[in-house]
Design a protein around this ligand. Structure first.
Ligand SMILES: NC(=O)c1ccc[n+]([C@@H]2O[C@H](COP(=O)([O-])OP(=O)(O)OC[C@H]3O[C@@H](n4cnc5c(N)ncnc54)[C@H](O)[C@@H]3O)[C@@H](O)[C@H]2O)c1
Length: 276
């Protein structure tokens, strides 16, 4: 098959390659002939060009990992993430899902050298982003991991349990950076997966309740697979999507469309949560 996606020989970094969507993306990229460099907290089962242990809560580990890979990087897949609420400290969730992800991306951008693509996984949990763009713009104005952390510490009323706010931040940041990075030949996009059968699902059920999670799986009527989430990530970072930029892409079997047209009832879904 011809290399329409253009990954043969491309040097890519995948964070979150231990499990779920990141693991599936890493496997797909290896099969497409990319030189895949995997980053995760835990050793990945995927055979890649290299694996580096990182902790997205620790900026120094991200700097060391990226400089260890070095050279030209063509694409970055920000797939690592952690849930929020329950027993998860809000600030850990913020660090992994946004502050660390942003810091990792900032380390990789200079290595893209005039052409590259970045994709991050946000969530339908970040759907409320448009209600508080000015708040997110304050966070985006912070320079670096530590300054971002200090802003979050001072604004815990906004951060809340961390998950929704961190995913909103990824969405606003993606759109903001899209308009900037394209001037350097770099595209940046993010995806909004609907409920997906990965190790994280057990926590979503425990924290939000299965009914609420199931409601977000409508109208498809089932959870997606990690492979169904990895495909669009690989597509959007490929040569085939050459001017797709600053996009927030639902990968949800029609959830967002159902919501916009009143066919998925989010009020009923939230009421169920309160009853539970
Ligand atoms: N599963 C879903 O239903 C769903 C829905 C919407 C969005 N998401 C998002 O999708 C992304 C991928 O999650 P998943 O569902 O594949 O779950 P997952 O738990 O299988 O994958 C998360 C990955 O992130 C890694 N990770 C966690 N903390 C880390 C840290 N501190 N440093 C480095 N790596 C770390 C884990 O080791 C794991 O490999 C996450 O950002 C998640 O929030 C998931």
């Amino acid at each position: 098959m011809s290399d329409v996606l253009g990954y043969k020989g491309k040097r890519v970094i995948v964070s979150g390659c231990f499990s779920g969507m990141g693991e599936a993306a890493a496997r797909l990229l290896v099969s497409l002939g990319a030189e895949v460099h995997g980053f995760d907290f835990k050793q990945s089962p995927v055979e890649m060009a290299s694996f580096t242990q990182i902790d997205l809560r620790d900026p120094a580990s991200l700097e060391a990992a990226v400089s260890g890979v070095g050279g030209k990087i063509d694409a970055l897949f920000n797939c690592a993430g952690m849930p929020g609420g329950g027993g998860f400290p809000a600030m850990d969730t913020m660090k992994v899902n946004f502050l660390g992800t942003r810091h990792l991306t900032e380390q990789v951008i200079p290595l893209m050298d005039g052409k590259g693509a970045i994709v991050s996984i946000a969530s339908t949990g970040g759907l409320g982003w448009s209600r508080r763009i000015p708040v997110h713009m304050q966070l985006l104005a912070t320079q670096g991991f530590q300054a971002g952390l200090e802003w979050c510490d001072a604004n815990m009323d906004q951060v809340g349990e961390g998950y929704a706010f961190s995913k909103e931040a990824v969405i606003v940041w993606t759109q903001f950076m899209g308009a900037r990075l394209i001037k350097q030949g770099i595209r940046i996009n993010c995806s909004l997966p609907s409920p997906t059968q990965t190790p994280m699902m057990a926590t979503f059920h425990a924290v939000s309740g299965k009914d609420v999670v199931d409601a977000a799986a409508e109208p498809l009527g089932r959870y997606t697979t990690p492979e169904e989430q990895a495909g669009p990530l690989v597509l959007i970072n490929s040569d085939l999507a050459g001017v797709v930029n600053g996009v927030v892409l639902p990968v949800d079997g029609g959830f967002m469309g159902g919501l916009a047209t009143g066919q998925v009832d989010i009020t009923r879904m939230m009421a169920k949560k309160q009853d539970a």
